[in-house]
Write a protein that binds this ligand. Sequence first.
Ligand SMILES: Cc1ncc(COP(=O)(O)O)c(C=O)c1O
Length: 324
Amino acid sequence: MQQIDAILAHLDRENISLLPTPFYRMNTLSELLERNIYIKRDDLTGFAFGGNKTRKFDFLIADALGKGCDTIVGIGANQSNFCRILSGVGAKYGLAVHLILNGTEPKNPTGNLLLDHLFGANVHHIDTTDPAERFEKAIEIRKQLEYTGRRVYFLPPGGSTTIGTMGYIAGWGELMDDFENQQLKVDKIFHASSSAGTQAGLVAGQAITGWQGQIIGISVDVPEMELEKNVFDLAQSAGDFLNVQIPRSIVTVDDHYIGAGYGKRTEAAAEAIELFAQKEGVLLDYVYTGKAASGLIDYCRSGRIKPDETVVFLHTGGNIQLFE
Ligand SMILES: Cc1ncc(COP(=O)(O)O)c(C=O)c1O
């Protein structure tokens, strides 16, 4: 979309994502739930098994290279999709990667962690679920690396920085093109939300283009009010960078589908995963997209999506988790 392309034109960008991703109507699921349901396949962004993080890294790696960095330090869980993409990007561009992962070191790494090792990342396990402790450890490792002369690019969980947010502002432009190409009036967009970067980019894109529908971030871990604030703050910091005002009222988060917490399976997510697999051949995961899809299904069944409405499920990837 020209309006979005123009606003991002001055930013450095590496095209690691294979774009545009497919966008189509899920016919069987639409019939079953009696709603018009489309899917944006950002699980197919290609690089290192894809997902939403590659869009962030299109901008993050360009920023890191522009700053002359030779090392990236990132934070996540053992099965972090973000850390998988970060490890692949480091490998491709020849930057050392240090991951600070919470969770004990498994004897046999699987899923994302297996791939982190394959990409040659340096993995530091820290046996705590306390984000503050993990952050402290990351800062300590960063200092050690800088002491030995490395130029470090430091990334918070999910790569959700102002620059990382540009990924989904660009992604928003692509979505607007999809809607226009199919002459589609979309009412609601659903996606999994956690470290705020994906939703902040979408919301900033909405503010730039004046789109009239609703973006609903289904939280997979953070309470509603807290995540709404995180999304708004990050969207506004991206907005400040691009000279755009973000209205607080367009940030909507729903935290009713988290269950017992991050990574804890819910029955509703398990049903959503089966439905998407068995009716559409689309693979979701238990941590992110299964919960987001369970929200969408519940909104359809409870009438919060009306029969004449059109909805889009933004598939953010993460299905490597099925091989955990
Ligand atoms: C598969 C998947 N979906 C959604 C999200 C949420 O995106 P964000 O952290 O940008 O809110 C993540 C990462 O946290 C993810 O890995």
